[in-house]
Ligand binder design. Structure first.
Ligand SMILES: C[C@H](O)CC(=O)SCCNC(=O)CCNC(=O)[C@H](O)C(C)(C)COP(=O)(O)OP(=O)(O)OC[C@H]1O[C@@H](n2cnc3c(N)ncnc32)[C@H](O)[C@@H]1OP(=O)(O)O
Length: 733
């Protein structure tokens, strides 16, 4: 094996005659082709050697294996090695014919993780011993592929069809304890007993004191054929309902069924063929991009690569117990941070505490939290009416209403009452942070911590830095973000930051189309069919028109040339139709909060059309779905290009994550910029240009998009190009 090898498997033979094979490929012992080749060679050696009687497979440093090395799928030149040339090479030649069919028994010793290919290796062994906390699962579907090393055949035979389908279709791992009760592992032991127990177990199998099981040929857990067919039918219906745009869940079900109907060998062959096709699919490329992009958001050049270590945040204060403040408090106490919640009077304070309590209680009701855990968690929250207890807080998050002078007053108070190291963060969604901190001398510790509502549920956290914010503060916020299980994205300071700024044209494009004759409900249908959780109008109803008008004003003020000014929302608001909370907005809502179209809307549309002075355009009345999608999303892409060109986002992949986790953009399309690049900059530019000629400035392509289109280049720039332009911009300012 060359010195550039990506991981290896090593073998150590003990005096007991057990060969301990350890997978080594940090950080998660993924199965690269080098590891797989080395595993095969080591195995063959163990099988040849007379002093080896049995084999134990494990992973280095307390992690069995995180599965196939998915970085080999990344980029244009996929390293798909032997999988490409010999379908079934790993699942049949290595795992079935070498490991499972061996004349010497193998036992997997599992700690930490056994995911995807990792669990597939373990399932080919003749027994599995696990620690109680290890995670075992086949999460391949979340990457747009299916298990490809025999998992579709072995898991149902070990745990039964229904549970196997659930684990695969939901990409949901189980802990060691549950794996034991399911029959996926044969014993649970503590980490320090793991390898020795596995060694003994392997020798006992050899001596026939324990069963020698080849999982691939087990039948006792498999349901009779008639029952199995019913289970498949139900699973297909569920998959179609939950992911109508995705085919790989259905392929997974087909592959499992093949094994049940025609036998496991036929199942393995079908699995190998399907795996080959799926790993080249757009869906898988998109989802694997999202996997790495999500991990890449916490790598910020000039911040996370300069040796800073996150400081310990022991106590956090939150100002404002409204919807956002109480959601943020909930997220923090759920991750064991003691929180002080400050309000201006007792009534508001009690309301804030009640909101946090209700957030937690809903978990108890759903069975996701015990009463004991509830008591412990809520005890971390303390309500206050003054700054007295702010003297030892390490971080403050301000979450009061969007009022500049109020926020300025608060920050100047915070400077007085908080210790000098304390991070001063604002949850503002639009206001310039420099303005908020104008009355302080603490600009270096002021940052944005922009949560999305409901803050204890939505996964995104926008961390906003100004030119003065110190890298240490960003490193600390990234750490807190990770601890409260958010996906953080670090962005620069501007109106709307990344998410709201990119998506402000989303509703506006809808309004422009509706005033020119496109059916409003048809727009929402086309957009949800594309994969968004809600179309622009249903979303506006949910957010509420008060917020929509306030943020709209910010955009009119800052980007007047490209803000579409429609009176439709203010007209509805005037008539006390302010969205879902008033049970009337673009839709009407019944008692169960179901949204229904409202024929009354026609009159408001006609009125706003006449105020805008535009006429119905016959071309837009019968707009095909594809065009609706493009007319709504290309302006979003255009704004995302500006955000990137201005250096507000460090990399395009961060915008993909911001769109997926902040707006629910379908991850299987890879995020907004990744999706745009699948269509091509030239195409997007030409369409925007055409619409801007017909419908005005709102669609005008920005300079960055024009430049990329003229070169036929993708919108995604590599980091080297980014820094060149970024520093050029700074030099020119
Ligand atoms: C043929 C087979 O059936 C096909 C397969 O096996 S496909 C792979 C199936 N396995 C998976 O889907 C597991 C994916 N990984 C994960 O869910 C999580 O990374 C994990 C639970 C293993 C660890 O989580 P956590 O401790 O939070 O660390 P996390 O930051 O996610 O990962 C650590 C590093 O390992 C990398 N990594 C994780 N799994 C990897 C994998 N399967 N291949 C390559 N790299 C991987 C991550 O990219 C990250 O790299 P970085 O430090 O350079 O950013």
């Amino acid at each position: 094996m060359g010195s550039n090898a990506k991981g290896r498997a090593v073998m150590e033979v003990g005096a007991d005659g057990v060969a301990l094979i350890t997978i080594i490929n940090p950080p998660v012992n993924s199965l690269s082709f080098d590891v797989l080749r080395s595993l095969k060679a080591t195995y063959e050696q163990a099988l040849r050697r007379d002093d080896v009687r049995a084999i134990v497979v494990t992973g280095a440093k307390g992690k069995f294996s995180g599965g196939f090395d998915i970085s080999s799928f990344k980029g244009k030149r996929m390293d798909t090695g032997e999988i490409e040339q010999r379908p079934g090479y790993v699942s049949m030649e290595i795992l079935s014919d070498t490991v499972e069919a061996a004349k010497k028994p193998s036992v997997a010793a599992i700690d930490g993780i056994a995911l995807g290919g990792g669990l597939e290796v373990a399932m080919a062994c003749h027994a599995r011993i696990s620690t109680p906390t290890a995670q075992l699962g086949l999460p391949e579907l979340q990457l747009g592929i299916i298990p490809g090393f025999g998992g579709t055949q072995r898991l149902p035979r070990l745990v039964g069809l229904s549970k196997a389908l659930e684990m695969m279709l939901m990409s949901k791992p189980v802990k060691g304890e549950e794996a034991y009760s399911l029959g996926l592992v044969d014993a649970i032991v503590s980490p320090n007993e793991l390898v020795n127990t596995a060694r003994r177990w392997a020798l006992e199998i050899l001596d026939r004191r324990r069963p020698w099981v080849a999982s691939l040929f087990k039948t006792d857990k498999i349901e009779p054929l008639g029952e199995a067919r019913e289970i498949f039918k139900f699973a297909r219906a569920q998959a179609r309902k939950q992911a109508p745009n995705l085919t790989h869940p259905l392929v997974c079900i087909d592959v499992i069924e093949e094994g049940i109907v025609s036998g496991p060998r036929a199942g393995l062959l079908k699995e190998a063929e399907a795996f080959q096709v799926l790993m080249r699919s757009e869906t898988s490329k998109s989802l694997i991009h999202i996997f790495f992009a999500q991990r890449g958001t916490s790598k910020v050049p000039g911040v996370t690569d300069i040796g800073l270590v996150p400081r310990r945040v022991k106590k956090v204060a939150i100002l404002g117990g409204g919807l956002m403040g109480s959601g943020i408090a909930t997220a923090l106490i759920l991750s064991n941070y003691p929180v002080i919640l400050k309000e201006v009077n007792d009534k508001f304070l009690q309301a804030g505490i009640s909101r946090v309590t209700a957030n937690l209680q809903s978990r108890v009701k759903k069975g996701n939290m015990t009463q004991e855990k509830f008591e412990k968690t809520i005890s971390l929250l303390k309500g206050v009416l003054d700054y007295e207890s702010f003297k030892d807080v390490d971080m403050v998050i301000e979450a009061v209403i969007e009022n500049v002078s109020l926020k300025q007053q608060i920050f100047s108070d915070l400077e007085k009452y908080c210790p000098p190291h304390c991070i001063l963060a604002s949850n503002t969604s639009t206001i310039d942070l420099n303005l908020i901190g104008e009355r302080t001398k603490s600009q270096d510790r002021i940052a944005g911590a922009h949560f999305f509502s409901p803050a204890h549920v939505m996964p995104l956290l926008e961390i906003v830095r100004t030119k003065q914010t110190s890298p240490q503060v960003i490193v600390d916020l990234l750490d807190v973000g990770k601890k409260i299980k958010k996906t953080p994205v670090v962005v620069g300071n501007c109106t709307g930051f990344a998410v709201n700024r990119m998506f402000f044209p989303y509703t506006q494009a809808g309004l422009l189309l509706v005033e020119r004759g496109t059916d409003l409900y048809q727009i929402d249908r086309a957009i949800t069919k594309f994969g968004m959780p809600m179309g622009p109008f249903r979303l506006a109803d949910l957010v509420g028109f008060g917020v929509a008008i306030a943020t709209g004003m910010q955009f009119i003020e800052n980007f007047p040339e490209r803000t579409y000014k429609s009176m439709l929302i203010p007209l509805l608001q005037e008539d006390k139709r302010a969205g879902e909370t008033t049970r009337k907005g673009f839709y009407v809502y019944d008692d169960k909060r179901r949204a229904n179209p409202d024929p009354e809307l026609k009159k408001y549309i006609e009125k706003s059309r006449s105020i805008s002075g535009v006429a119905v355009d016959p071309k837009l009345v019968k707009l095909p779905e594809k065009d609706i999608v493009e007319m709504i999303f290309f302006p979003v892409v255009n704004e995302a290009c500006r955000v990137l060109a201005e250096g507000i986002a460090v990399k395009a992949a961060d915008l993909d994550i911001a769109a997926v986790f902040g707006m629910g953009f379908p991850p299987y399309r890879g995020g907004i910029m990744f999706w745009a690049d699948t269509l091509g900059s030239k195409y997007i530019y030409s369409r925007l240009e055409e619409w801007s000629n017909s419908y005005g400035e709102f669609f005008k392509p920005c300079a960055y998009l024009a430049e990329r289109a003229s070169k036929g280049a993708p919108l995604v720039r590599n980091l080297k190009q980014f820094f060149f332009v970024y520093f050029l911009n700074i030099a020119m300012k």
